[in-house]
Design a protein around this ligand. Structure first.
Ligand code: NAD
Length: 536
């Protein structure tokens, strides 16, 4: 069903239902936020809509200054936010900086610098013979209020970038954070407000799936949804029924292709980071490895050796490399998929669920490497979203490509080779929204790069100039000085019809077609030409 409920139940406190946030490491309640009834969401959107026009009046240079101030506000609080990320979501402390905070400070600077250029009016050349008197430009105008519905795995960087671009484009925002990470959602609002963005321009609504659905159904001009395929499809249907757009950033099952000429230590390091960072709870995490037989043994041995070295434990410690799974339900899903693969004949070379002393409340899964997997197994078809690397040995690059494309998902993919031409040749035929050669996933942290998938991985793009274009009405503006009269205006007669038919052949025909059009069309064309300069 839509609300694949990993969300803790709201607690009733008086008439306001409070949503508690718990640390996945200790199980302790670390805060609570008031939830909204779904019926109240439209009211919040209306309030933002009242504030947004004044914001849209600012020049893009002025809005850019607010983005830079938000970056300063973020830097002022960077350690507190890092700690909240660790406590609320469970990612290792270093990853809070590398994967969430540095990318968002950088995104604000990129948005401030690139936004005014991307959003500036853009001249459209009128080159057709029949439009020569005219000129035009595109203008990029805010949509009004944009809805952002966020997941819990990157509860900071994913919504933050979308909010920043929507604001820079002149919109107001209503953000619905995942129910597992509501405090981080509140913090996003606070950072923009501390940066001077008008109070009320960014609002946060809490309350689980029904509140997200109410946001999609509200009068927001666009929805940026990041989450699971089923919910995303539903959100897409809701938006389509209102003829409004949505950007859907959905699940992934990223393949990694290791060619025979790959730099193996680099590929091993990349596989371990790409598969196990954030305990594998990454939409663009490596979930399938296809390695050429010539290097398979050395690759597998290296991956197992490095996976076993990763330090599992309290994510608040600087050295921790694998924290707890963010929710019990995600832990169960991953554990079940590992069991299912092993029961179907896969070999578990290392890893699996573990208990960590003194952290009994946390649900940990040690980095797991599987060999002997096949595409019939669930683990190769469903999103794992956990620290598991299934490895398949292949006999050719073509086999690797065919298997990589044999998936309903198409978010990211990587190719590992020393030969750039080979890598780019393979990249071109992979069915995905992003391909990295000798790296994986990093470009979410570089806001100028587009982000988004194909097939069931989603629709539309966030980040980059394309992310800006998702947040605006692209308006075509045209100017006609009026010194002539358009030939296609009334009155209609045979002369006009013949003139236009012959001009089409004259302009676009070849050889004899063109020559005949000149012979037949000269007279009607002259007559129509005279009409265009004669006014009235
Ligand atoms: P989810 O679909 O359960 O929830 C995502 C958000 O949608 C949450 O805020 C949730 O409250 C809300 N929601 C739930 N039901 C809703 C409804 N009916 N209408 C509107 N909103 C509703 O996903 P999740 O478990 O939070 O996130 C994990 C999933 O997100 C994984 O599949 C992962 O691959 C995907 N993801 C994709 C990307 C990407 O960039 N493509 C990035 C991160 C996560």
């Amino acid at each position: 069903m839509y609300a694949r409920s990993m969300e803790s139940a709201a607690q009733v406190a008086g008439t306001v239902r409070m949503l508690e946030s718990r640390s996945p490491t200790t199980g302790e309640v670390i805060g609570a936020v008031p939830t909204l009834e779904p019926e109240a969401v439209q009211g919040v959107v209306d309030e933002v809509a009242r504030i947004q026009p004044a914001w849209a009046q600012l020049t893009t240079r002025d809005r850019a200054r607010y983005m830079l101030r938000a970056a300063d506000a973020l830097l002022d609080e960077i350690d507190e936010i890092a700690e909240l990320l660790v406590c609320e979501q469970g990612k290792p402390r270093v990853e809070a900086y590398t994967m969430e905070l540095l990318p968002t400070v950088d995104a604000l600077h990129w948005v401030a610098k690139a936004g005014p250029k991307i959003l500036a009016d853009e001249r459209v050349r009128m080159t057709q013979a029949f439009t020569l008197s005219k000129s035009g430009h595109f203008s990029y105008e805010p949509l009004g209020v944009v809805g952002v519905i966020a997941p819990w795995n990157y509860p900071w960087s994913i919504p933050f970038g979308e909010v920043a671009i929507a604001l820079m484009a002149g919109n107001g925002v209503v953000l619905k954070p995942a129910s597992l990470t509501p405090l981080l959602g509140e913090k996003i609002r606070a950072v923009f407000e501390r940066g001077g963005v008008p109070e009320g321009l960014v609002r946060v609504v809490h309350g689980g799936g029904p509140v997200g659905e109410a946001l999609a159904r509200s009068s927001v001009g666009k929805v940026f949804f990041t989450g699971s395929v089923d919910v995303g499809r539903h959100v897409g249907e809701v938006c389509a029924s209102q003829l409004k757009g949505c950007v859907l950033e959905l699940g992934g099952k990223d393949p990694m292709i290791v060619c025979a000429d790959a730099d193996l230590p680099n590929a091993v390091g990349g596989a371990v980071w790409g598969g196990f960072a954030n305990a594998g709870q990454t939409c663009s995490g490596i979930e399938r490895v296809y390695v050429l037989r010539a290097v398979a043994d050395r690759f597998l041995a290296g991956v197992v050796r490095e996976a076993e070295r990763l330090r599992i434990g309290d994510p608040l410690r600087w050295e921790t490399e694998i924290g707890p799974m963010t929710s019990d339900s995600q832990y169960e899903t991953v554990a079940r998929l590992i069991d299912d693969a092993v029961a179907a004949g896969a070999t578990k070379l290392c890893g699996g669920p573990v208990e960590v002393p003194d952290l009994e409340a946390g649900r940990f899964i040690a980095p797991t490497v599987l060999s002997g997997v096949t595409h019939e197994m669930r683990i190769m078809r469903e999103e794992i979203f956990g620290p598991v690397l299934p490895v398949v040995v292949v006999d050719s690059e073509q086999e690797a490509i065919d298997l990589a494309n044999d998936s309903e998902f198409g978010l990211g993919a990587s190719v590992w080779t020393r030969d750039r031409a080979r890598g780019e040749r393979i990249a071109r035929v992979l069915e995905s929204g992003m391909v990295w050669i000798n790296d994986h996933s990093f470009s979410h942290g570089a806001c100028q790069c587009s982000w988004g998938g194909v097939k069931s991985s989603g629709l539309g793009r966030s980040h980059s100039k394309f992310g800006f274009y998702e947040c605006v009405n692209i308006k075509m503006n045209a100017w006609e000085p009026g010194l002539t009269r358009d030939f296609w205006w009334h009155p209609y007669d045979r002369t006009l019809g013949e003139a236009v038919r012959n001009s089409a052949k004259l302009l676009y025909g070849r050889g004899e077609v063109r020559a005949k059009a000149l012979r037949d069309g000269a007279r009607p064309l002259l007559r129509v030409g005279r009409r265009t300069v004669r006014r009235g």
